[in-house]
Design a protein around this ligand. Sequence first.
Ligand code: NAD
Length: 355
Amino acid sequence: MSLPKPGPMSLVPFVSVEGMMQLILQQGVEGMLVDLAAYIEDDFRRWEQFDKTPRIAAHSPEGVIELMPTSDGRSYGFKYVNGHPKNFQSGRQTVTAFGVLSDVDTGYPVLITEMTLLTALRTAATSALVAKYLMPKGARTMAMIGNGAQSEFQCLAFKAICGIDTIRLYDIDPNATQKAVHNLQGKGLTVVACKTGEEAIEGADIITTCTADKQFATILTDNMVGSGVHINAIGGDCPGKTELHRDILTRSDIFVEFPPQTRIEGEIQQLPEDHPVTEFWQVVTGATKGRTSDRQITLFDSVGFATEDFSALRYINELVRQSDAFQKLDLLADPDDPRDLFGMIERYGRGMDAA
Ligand SMILES: NC(=O)c1ccc[n+]([C@@H]2O[C@H](COP(=O)([O-])OP(=O)(O)OC[C@H]3O[C@@H](n4cnc5c(N)ncnc54)[C@H](O)[C@@H]3O)[C@@H](O)[C@H]2O)c1
């Protein structure tokens, strides 16, 4: 007697880190960033269809673990993600993630996937999408401050989506900058390694800050920021963790994903609760304007919102089914008689005894 096999409804497609790398290589990093940005833009355009809640965060002295759920009524998605700035000291990533997409009608998961690589891609795609609407006309140069895990993805997204051709890199750790210089070689960008933040922002139309430190840091001071630039602030994404001096905020027009989450986690945690901000989805739908003058400082106070991960899950779910870059996980119990969950164990046990 052979052991009962997992039933067809027990199997859920699973994209491992290796599977995700295969998908990225198949599409090309820039191709994937462009496709992802289109999915993210579509979901911002239908923003009002989504259930939205600030992410659920469990804080500890060294970091945070967060759950990020949302649904459009047909599909439900969530991401598990951590943020631990000191993890690199033990050879670990600052940010790791995985996620699930489910069918709302049955509640059954349809995809489970790694999301560490996918988060880097979706964060970069979102940043560049937002900049496409807000950056000064003819922007060509970006300062990239913080050259860690997210940084090359950011640079390539701004190249592919915004037409940036020059990147000026700075990190307090020169090894991080050298790593990024190496990784960006031959990618069609002019890459300049800088020794200070001030040097990096010289001539930059866009300034991206993507550092990791669990404190109120000052990566940019007020005197560093001239009129007309677009700031893409990625690393301030947790209570007590910001990157920009408060005075920059009061000079900028601030664009956010979901205000109830950004007010807790973003740069604007430094400002009064009623400080005016613009919700990015309204720029996408045309309900409100993005950049209105050459001299205006626009600031994307990015914290990362659940709909962006939902878009990424939706994209991977469609992409992976046209490939073999996934395995089938025996994840859901599928007894012959759906009410006989207990009996399934007994039948399995009898099969074990007979084998
Ligand atoms: N907004 C979002 O959607 C989003 C998504 C993913 C990650 N993040 C955040 O982005 C940040 C970067 O993530 P990562 O995975 O690249 O982290 P990482 O640890 O790999 O890299 C961070 C880099 O910042 C550098 N750094 C720290 N302090 C600095 C300073 N004062 N000046 C210059 N450089 C400095 C470090 O040396 C390091 O190289 C984290 O804070 C993370 O939480 C935000």
